[in-house]
Design a protein around this ligand. Structure first.
Ligand SMILES: *Cc1c(COP(=O)(O)O)cnc(C)c1O
Ligand SMILES: [Zn+2]
Length: 396
């Protein structure tokens, strides 16, 4: 259940959108996509001073569980426009056995696998679909590596919108079936998400359908950022030392960093210490790792991308500049891991801790093992791995 605020308080404190690169301002009351001047993602801005005066950080814990308890910091302007399937408030688990084996005393897993449609994509898509419908959209389209399509199909069904999905023909079968089950039109593409994106973009322009591609609309990242609020709350309004995250399109990483910046601006954090962000990619598709190692501000398109971690098969993110900026700013790093290491880590998460992780989630453990060997992480640091989805979605 999503409750309305006490009178005199706004449901959403969104003020405007601004280009993440050139700063050009756009309205949050009209349908916008990305910056038309410089083709960069738009980010949402909020009246944080107003919010600080009317709410305390403790108030959020008293509300019904779920992502929408952060509605003042989300873009949807009325409770009646929030489409929900019960997303958010994923558990923060300790990983005691793996921690002991690696010699790490404060190892955690943010387990997003229990979200609707079995992945953290539910958070971003719930917000994007809600806001699109609030602004009058009737049809949505998305190119996807898999889970975003499944989530979009479900939330579009719930919202009464028609959904069109373009995915590579070798996308995990669960994604195809869950999308069709929710009444979406699914087009299987002979190629990667980049080819699917080209086709979906053309279709969107020709038909006037709204394109929910990663960072080509401003609101999926807003849903993803709630993972950052939950982490801060769970750690008593401090932040962990290291966050290890499987990066594809980058909404998760950019969302977390945005959440921390907002909490800091609100004065709700106990100290100014921010985590080091680690972007994990697969050896067969590691554009961010290559760019990070070169100290570059943009990624090259990764040719011949291949990995079992379907969500990481993104040859170039539309938000590459933004992701790299956040990685550098956090003094983080970027790590690539082989599919063999991902499979071994997936087994270890299951056998040691009872978690059937998505390959993308398991990749974070594979990366941690490398970082421990390199002494990049210290034994007593608070380290959070992200399991972004359920292993059940990859059965064939
Ligand atoms: C999409 C996806 C990712 C990559 O997420 P981004 O936030 O777009 O970088 C990671 N894991 C899973 C399971 C995914 O579906
Ligand atoms: Zn711009």
């Amino acid at each position: 259940m999503i409750t309305s605020p006490k009178s005199g308080t706004d449901f959403s404190y969104i003020s405007h959108l601004a280009c993440s690169d050139c700063g050009k301002v756009y309205s949050a009351s009209e349908l916008n996509t990305y910056c038309l001047d410089c083709q960069s993602p738009l980010l949402a801005h909020y009246d944080l001073d107003g919010l600080r005066k009317s709410l305390r950080r403790e108030d959020f814990a008293t509300r019904p569980w779920g992502m929408w308890r952060w509605h003042e910091l989300l873009p949807v302007r009325a409770a009646s426009h929030c489409i929900t399937l019960g997303e958010g408030d994923a558990p923060l688990l300790r990983l005691p056995k793996i921690g002991e084996k690696l010699g790490l005393t404060n190892l955690f897993l943010k387990d997003e696998s229990g979200n609707p449609t079995g992945s953290f994509k539910a958070r971003g898509i719930a917000v994007a679909i809600s806001k699109a419908r609030e602004l009058g959209v009737r049809r949505v389209i998305i190119p996807t590596a898999g889970n975003a399509g499944g989530a979009m199909a479900a939330y579009a069904a719930r919202a009464g919108l028609k959904a069109h999905i373009f995915m590579p023909k070798d996308t995990p079968v669960a994604n195809v079936q869950e999308s069709r089950m929710a009444g979406a039109e699914v087009v299987l593409v002979d190629g990667l998400i980049s080819e699917a994106a080209g086709m979906a973009g053309e279709k969107a322009r020709a038909e006037g359908w709204f394109d929910l591609s990663t960072f080509k609309e401003p609101y999926r990242v807003e849903g993803k950022k709630t993972m950052g609020y939950e982490l801060a709350e769970a750690f008593g309004w401090t932040l962990p030392d290291v966050i290890i995250y499987p990066a594809g399109g980058g909404t998760g990483l950019v969302g977390l960093w945005k959440a921390f910046a907002e909490l800091e601006a609100l004065g709700w954090l106990e100290n100014a210490q921010r985590p080091r962000l680690v972007a994990v990619q697969a050896k067969g598709c590691a554009p961010l790792v290559k760019a990070f190692k070169a100290g570059a501000s943009f990624c090259d398109f990764w040719i011949n991308a291949h990995t079992i971690a379907a969500g990481l098969r993104v040859p170039k993110s539309f938000a590459d500049h933004l992701i790299l900026r956040d990685l550098y700013e956090s003094q983080g790093t970027a790590v690539s891991v082989s599919d063999e290491a991902i499979l071994a880590a997936q087994h270890q998460m299951g056998e040691d801790e009872g978690v059937f992780a998505a390959p993308e989630g398991a990749a974070t453990l594979a990366a941690l093992i490398k970082l421990k060997q390199l002494k990049w992480v210290k034994p007593d640091e608070r380290i959070v791995l992200f399991n972004t989805g359920s292993g059940l979605k990859y059965l064939s």
